[in-house]
Design a protein around this ligand. Structure first.
Ligand code: 5GP
Ligand code: MN
Length: 342
């Protein structure tokens, strides 16, 4: 467990502060993933149990991806852009989970700026600046939902927390997704210990796995076929890059969430150390990086205006797909890999 310089509060202190107020707004990041939604909803369940009025804001106007719609409470989430209740914002504590900067809050940043009571961040993304009044950031935590799980113990006690299976399911989903089903480098002892507690409290690993990983749309699998057929292997197979166009998406009736598993397919090739999947969004290109060795793809993503974790990062480039592909391929040609692959 290590905390970053932007941390200025402990989880018990944050729990103590939250108990003082009746209204809480919980926000996550743009392109919400399993950890973002799982963390938001896990905290919402804990605060509901304390009788608080809680609103979870979505930093997107798009519907939650099909694989995460099973999360208990997701149907009550409100798109931030449609949440114009200024009085509600001004009297609520604003809590950001799994998101370190106002930019990553997207349309929910307005609520951060309007928050008049108290702002709080609980996160595992290290950034140079503190965004909230009270901030707890632990980049060693495999998921933000693990931190929310710990926070819930401070709010409810271990026994109170263990009586809320919906909270456990949300926290467990964040942990499963941010560790790539307990396969990534961040799957450590603390993560398994937290997972064991969540399962003891009612999270059902097989159900979560079926919902998240065995419920893909046909369009998603068809997109995968296209991505694989176009894939370019660079650096003697150590780098895999592929892309899908808007036209592909429209033709297959695919939504953004359908494209999310694709980068993992590139990464699954034995020789590949770094995978990059690009998706054309019309005036810009969205990119996802994954690293299988100690290459810091967050640093590379930052060069393109993005960020993330060392082994999983993303960016958005104001370019066409060909320009983006050229720029990324050129940058990946320059990565120095520690030793040659066999
Ligand atoms: P994904 O490839 O799944 O969209 O993103 C992987 C990780 O990188 C996410 O956990 C997220 O934290 C981070 N990330 C993705 N896109 C961006 C971006 O544009 N900016 C920053 N700062 N982080 C990003
Ligand atoms: Mn996360």
């Amino acid at each position: 467990m290590s905390v970053t310089p932007q941390t200025n509060a402990t989880l018990p202190a944050i729990a103590e502060a939250l108990t003082q107020y009746d209204d809480v707004l919980i926000c996550g990041h743009v392109n919400p993933d399993g950890d973002c939604l799982g963390s938001q909803l896990a905290l919402a369940h804990a605060l509901h149990a304390l009788g608080k009025r809680v609103t979870c804001l979505l930093a997107t106007d798009e519907p939650v991806g099909a694989s995460l719609r099973f999360l208990p409470g997701v149907a009550d989430m409100t798109p931030a852009s449609a949440f114009a209740d200024e009085r509600a914002v001004s009297r609520a504590v604003f809590v950001a989970v799994d998101v370190p900067t106002p930019e990553r809050l997207g349309p929910a940043a307005a609520a951060l700026h309007a928050a008049a009571v108290l702002t709080v961040t609980v996160d595992h993304h290290a950034v140079p600046e503190r965004m909230s009044d009270l901030s707890y950031t632990d980049p060693d935590a495999a998921s933000t939902s693990m931190l929310v799980w710990e926070l819930a113990e401070h709010l409810l006690g271990a026994e109170g927390r263990a009586r809320l299976p919906q909270l456990a399911t949300c926290a467990y989903t964040g942990l499963v997704t941010d560790t790539g089903r307990f396969q990534f480098q961040n799957a450590d002892h603390a993560c398994f210990a937290a997972a064991a507690q969540m399962v003891a409290a009612g999270a059902e690993p097989a159900d979560v796995a079926r919902q998240v990983y065995q419920s893909r749309t046909l369009a998603s699998v068809q997109l995968e076929g296209i991505a694989v057929s176009r894939m370019r292997l660079l650096r003697e197979g150590r780098v895999a890059v592929s892309w899908i166009t808007q036209e592909d998406m429209v033709r297959l009736g695919a939504v953004k969430a359908d494209a999310e598993p694709l980068v993992d397919v590139l990464r699954s090739i034995g020789s590949v150390r770094v995978a990059c999947m690009l998706r054309d969004q019309g005036s810009e290109v969205r990119g996802s990086f994954r690293a299988k060795d100690d290459t810091d793809v967050a640093a590379i993503a930052r060069e393109f205006g993005g960020g993330g974790h060392k082994a999983a990062a993303g960016f958005t480039l104001p370019a066409g797909i060909e320009g983006a592909l050229d720029a990324i391929a050129r940058r990946l040609e320059a990565v120095s890999f520690r030793e040659a692959t066999a």
